[in-house]
Design a protein around this ligand. Sequence first.
Ligand SMILES: NC(=O)c1ccc[n+]([C@@H]2O[C@H](COP(=O)([O-])OP(=O)(O)OC[C@H]3O[C@@H](n4cnc5c(N)ncnc54)[C@H](OP(=O)(O)O)[C@@H]3O)[C@@H](O)[C@H]2O)c1
Length: 284
Amino acid sequence: MIPRRVLVAGATGYLGRFVAKEFKSRGYYVRALARSPHKLDDMRGELDEIVAAEVTDPKSINDVCDGMEVVFSSIGITKQKSKLTWKDVDFQGNKNLLDVARRTGVQKFIYVSVFNGPDLRHLEIVKAHEGFVDVLKASTMNYAVIRPTGFFSDMAEFFEMARRGRVYLVGSGEDRVNPIHGADLAVTCVDAVDGERQEIDVGGPEILTYREIAELAFRVQGKPVRISSLPVFAMRLVSSAIRVFSRHQGELLAFMTTAMTGDVVAPRTGQRKLEAYFHGLCGQ
Ligand SMILES: NC(=O)c1ccc[n+]([C@@H]2O[C@H](COP(=O)([O-])OP(=O)(O)OC[C@H]3O[C@@H](n4cnc5c(N)ncnc54)[C@H](OP(=O)(O)O)[C@@H]3O)[C@@H](O)[C@H]2O)c1
């Protein structure tokens, strides 16, 4: 049987790596798109092809979808520092990729936005994600939009703060989240290729308060629990002030403040627990 062919854009990132592996484990031919292919050196044996290209440079991606049936993209700015904005990458970069996918006859485009995206468009990062979703929906392309809660990789921030001795929470820390491991989310992403649903909210198996996550981070490291709560109004003031000097950093802080001051609980999937993930970080 001829394997189905997928382009994984974002394969050098936390989620993209798991998605590339999940596609491979289901027998797909996997082409990974990377602006820094060396980041995939440890995965060369697991991928069929690696193409060097930049979604923000349309000429470089002209041929990347040739022969592909499916495009998956988790391309987006998270912690990367450069002059590029979310609009340049999350919106325009993914739009450039969609244009190429449409021209080359790709059958389905799977895209990763954020949970509650449609209600959070006032935040720049979400506006870029959901702006692209609008373009995707308006196109003739068959699509699925995945809207996950926080990834385990983001919860690692709590682990690092605990390692340094104190975790700072925004507000009371009593808001809840069900974070998800990249491998569990990858299953949902790949299932979406043959699924009927076009918009998929998804989170991990455990619902925890931010305070419980902080306590877990200390417990796993055998350290005394030291938690400080930062008032929400102060965080809002600080993010507005930082915006004056760095719009990007100010927006990141505003996004974080919003994420930690309201429940972020989506339909549950997967089995991987945060405690095991934190234990895995202990050796690093
Ligand atoms: N982390 C979370 O908790 C969370 C929750 C919900 C949704 N999301 C969204 O899910 C997506 C994937 O998240 P992740 O944690 O896997 O992110 P990640 O580890 O930072 O990976 C992002 C991917 O996008 C690529 N990228 C970033 N800036 C780029 C640029 N200027 N040009 C080309 N490619 C660029 C990265 O390539 P390089 O390796 O070359 O930088 C990487 O492959 C993001 O859009 C994020 O907003 C994340």
